[in-house]
Design a protein around this ligand. Structure first.
Ligand code: RB5
Length: 148
């Protein structure tokens, strides 16, 4: 199950992404926001991160104007590895090397066509494991020490 969330800046792109997910048969849950009225992106980052941490969802998609604020907020949650991607190479390698569980997108920085390709790449690429798993473990150790 995929968790998806956005602020007002990402609302229109979220509609496009949800249409693509539906067309391709992915199951997803929409955590808002539900209109283009101004709102605060940390609220939606938190909702999507909690859905992943609880095990209800295994991947997340977050969208704001730049993808930056919403990914910064998401990366404050233990076990969340949110990657702000503006190209397909990054989307592929953040799955293969970082085992990213959230892709963040900037609706004001990339077009809808590219965003859809990034999401598709993110959802269809696996984790390489091996030495990369050791590094993910090191990130988890930093979280234990620094995020209380
Ligand atoms: C909202 O205006 C904008 O600041 C937000 O969508 C995002 O770009 C923040 O990083």
């Amino acid at each position: 199950m995929i968790a998806i969330g956005c602020d007002h800046g990402g609302y229109a792109l979220k509609q496009d992404i949800m249409a693509m997910l539906t067309e391709k048969g992915y199951e997803f849950k929409d955590y808002g926001t539900y209109s283009s009225e101004s709102c605060d992106y940390p609220v939606y980052a938190e909702a999507v991160c909690k859905a992943i941490k609880s095990g209800e969802c295994d991947r997340g998609i977050l969208i704001c104007g730049t993808g930056i604020g919403i990914s910064i907020a998401a990366n404050k949650f233990k076990g969340i590895r949110a990657a702000n991607c503006a190209d397909c190479f990054s989307a592929e390698f953040t799955r293969r090397h970082n085992d990213a569980n959230i892709v963040a997108l900037g609706a004001r920085t990339i077009g809808s066509g590219l965003a859809l390709k990034i999401v598709e790449t993110f959802l269809t690429t696996g984790f390489d494991g091996g030495k990369h798993a050791r590094r993910i473990g090191m990130i988890a150790e930093i979280e234990e020490r620094e995020l209380n």
